[in-house]
Ligand binder design. Structure first.
Ligand SMILES: [Fe+2]
Length: 225
């Protein structure tokens, strides 16, 4: 056992609109699988390092495990963002004058254009995720397609709204060709309070660096410190 072990989080989401409890239960199990696999890989790495180095004969196995870290870690973390931005009391859109809506409008020409872009990302063919992320350096929002769990994440960007569009997210409730219906259901359950909390830097170091700006939502003034 190493210090790099993670515990699966619990999410109380039964009774969502258009995403069944059966889907959620299956999805929680998948998420727990990513947590377990992340822990297992961390343990393997620790085993390799037990003698203080990676021996040459260990390099192929070590490399394979290390490459898989991106998949398993992002599989764990993205599911936490995803479940975390859902709620039984969700709504398809935030209030128009809310920090998120204003931030989206500041980075796109309007909130509606931001949403059209996000929906289009979500409908892209393939296995992956639609993610609206904050660039904490510039305070701008952008929407991204992430293949699998790890291809397309931008280093340092902070996910605000995360939508799983792997088929397992909706296949018990909708046909494979009905992803649009699932996306509509997803949006009806979005917890915009959570999304907006993610707009604020969680790490206090983020607001003490003089060159950094707060997200657009808070205005364009320099962070005070
Ligand atoms: Fe998933």
């Amino acid at each position: 056992m190493t210090g790099n072990q993670h515990t699966a989080k619990k999410f109380d989401l039964s009774g969502l609109n258009g995403i069944s409890d059966r889907t959620l239960e299956m999805h929680f199990k998948l998420y727990e699988g990513y947590v377990a696999e992340t822990n297992r890989l961390n343990e393997k790495i620790a085993e390799f390092l037990r003698d203080g180095k990676v021996d040459q004969e260990e390099t192929p196995a070590y490399s394979e495990i290390t490459r898989r870290m991106g998949f398993e870690y992002n599989g764990m973390v993205l599911h936490e963002y995803y479940f975390g931005n859902l709620t039984r009391q969700g709504s398809p859109d935030p209030p128009r004058d809310s920090p998120f809506a204003r931030a989206a409008a500041a980075s796109f020409s309007s909130y509606d254009v931001w949403k059209a872009d996000f929906l289009s990302v979500g409908k892209m063919r393939g296995v992956g995720w639609a993610i609206c992320a904050l660039d904490p350096e510039r305070g701008t929002l952008s929407n991204h397609w992430v293949s699998l769990h790890e291809i397309g994440n931008v280093a340092g960007f902070s996910p605000l709204l995360v939508m799983d569009v792997w088929e397992h997210a909706f296949l018990l409730d909708y046909k494979p060709a009905e992803r649009t219906k699932y996306i509509e259901a997803f949006f009806s359950n979005v917890c915009w309070d959570t999304v907006e909390r993610r707009l604020s830097p969680r790490d206090p170091r983020d607001v003490t660096q003089p060159q950094r700006r707060r997200p657009m939502a808070s205005g364009s003034q320099r962070a005070s410190h």
